[in-house]
Design a protein around this ligand. Sequence first.
Ligand code: AMP
Length: 504
Amino acid sequence: MAFSKLALTEPVLKALAQEGYTTPTPIQQQAIPFVLQQRDLLGCAQTGTGKTAAFAIPILELLQAQKPLGPGIKVLILTPTRELAIQIDESFAAYGRYTGIRHTVIFGGVSQHAQVNALRQGVDVLVATPGRLLDLMQQGFIRLDQLQIFVLDEADRMLDMGFIHDVKKVIAKLPAKRQTLFFSATMPPEIQKLADMLLTNPAKVEVTPPATTVEKIEQRLYFVAKKEKPDLLLHLLQNPEIKSTLVFTRTKHGADKVARMLHKHQIQAAAIHGNKSQNARQAALAGFKNGAIRVLVATDIAARGIDIDELAHVINFDLPDVPETYVHRIGRTGRAGNSGLAISFCAAEEKDELRAIQKLIVKTLIVVEDHPYTANAHSAAPPKEERQRPGFRQQNEKHHQQKNEHTQHRLQQRPAHKPQQGQQQGQSAARQQRPAQQQRSAQQQRPAQQQQRPPQQSQRPAHQQQRPVLQKQQVQRPPVQKVQPQTGDTASKWVKDYPDDERW
Ligand code: AMP
C-alpha cells in the first residue's frame, strides 16, 4: 500500500517522499483513516512502529482542510520526555514543511524564555511535557480553549514516571468537545480507566508486540573479563562496518569513562546521562544523528525515547540489572523494518544477569568465541551463586577471620601513647593512657552481658555523658528509601524519585 492511497494532499505527500517514506507502517495504515474521519483513537503501539507519523500526518491534513486557520492552539500533544517531545516536533516540521502549519515544543529543564517567545508568535500545534505545560498555563502564557485535537502519547509511561496527576490536571482544562488520540504501549488497569474516561467510541488499532521486533535483531554475546571490556570495544570498532553505535553502560560514571577512553583512541564519542545538561544531551544526539559522533555512550534512562533512524548496532558494554531493560536496549536497533545487531559483553560477574536475560527472551545468545580477549573471560571474580556456595562462604569467612586476627594483632602492637580515633574523641585522659592490651583485658573480664550493654551514663564523666547524644545526632540520616531496580518502564519514575542515583 502506498501513502497516496490514504487520501493525503500533495504538500504532505511531497514531504513524505522527501523523508524517504514509501509505504505506511501497519499502525499508519490502520490509524490514519480513522483520524481523518475525526474519530477518537486508542492506539496500542510503542516507539519504533511509526506511531508519530500515524497521528502527525492526519492531524496536518485536518488542519490543512480548515485553512485559513484562526488564532489559538488547535492541537496539543502531551508526551512524557523531553527527547520524545523534541522528536515529535521535528516530525511535524518534516511532514508539515509544505503546509505552513505552525508548531512548537515546550519542555522543562531549560529556560522558558524562548518557549514563551515562540508561543507569542502563534502556534497551531503544541508539543509539550506535562510539567512545563502546566507551569506556562498557570503563568497565563497558554490557553487551550480553541483546542480541537488532544493527543496523549505514551500514556503508560506517563503513569510510570508519576506524571499521571499532571496529565489529569491538563485534561481538566481541555474543551469537552474535541477529538482525542490515545497511545500507549501497554494497557495496565489505570491506563485503561483513563482511556475509558477520555475516549468516546474510539477506533482501536494495535500493532505487533515488541517480541516480534526483537526477533529481527541478531544478538551476539562476548564473554570478556571486566577489565578487558574497553579493549574489546576498541577491537570491535576497528570494523568499519560498525558505524553509528549506541553503547550502554550501567552507570553515568561508566558512560563517561567509556566515552573518554574512546576519545583517547581517536574515536568520536559522546556520553549522555542525567548529569549532562539538556543542551549537552541535545548536542550529543544531534552529532550522533548527523554522523559527527560515531559512538553514543548512554545510560538506560538517558537513552529512553531516543529515536535514531537506521541504528544498526547496539552494544551492551555492561549487562543490565533487570532483564527487561535488555529488550528495551536492543529494541533501539532493528527499527521500522530494518535488521539490527546487538552485541553484549558479559564478564564473569554478570552471569546471573545473563541467565535472567536468556530466560526472559527464551533464547540462548550466540557466543562469539573468535576474539582476542577470551583467555581471561571467565577468570574474574566468581559469579554470585558461587560466592553463595557453602564452601566458598566458609573459605571467605576463614579469610575474614584471619584478617581480623591480623588487625587485632596490629592493634596490640600499637604504642600505648598513640590513641585510636575513638579514644581520642570520647574517652577520659586516664583511660586513653592505658595500654591498649590492658584495656582489652579489663573488658574481657567483664561479664558478656555487661560488655554488650551501653555504659551507665551516671557512672561516666560529664563530657562522656553527652557523647551518646552527639553520636546519635551525627549518625542521624533521612529514612532510607528503597530504590526500585531499574526496569524498563519503572525506570523513568525512579529517575524522578532518585535523580542522583548513579545509574540515571
Ligand atoms: P516512531 O514510532 O514514530 O518513533 O517512528 C520510528 C521511526 O520510523 C522514525 O525514525 C520514523 O522516521 C520512521 N518512520 C515512520 N514512518 C515511516 C514510514 N512509513 N517509512 C519509513 N520510516 C518511517
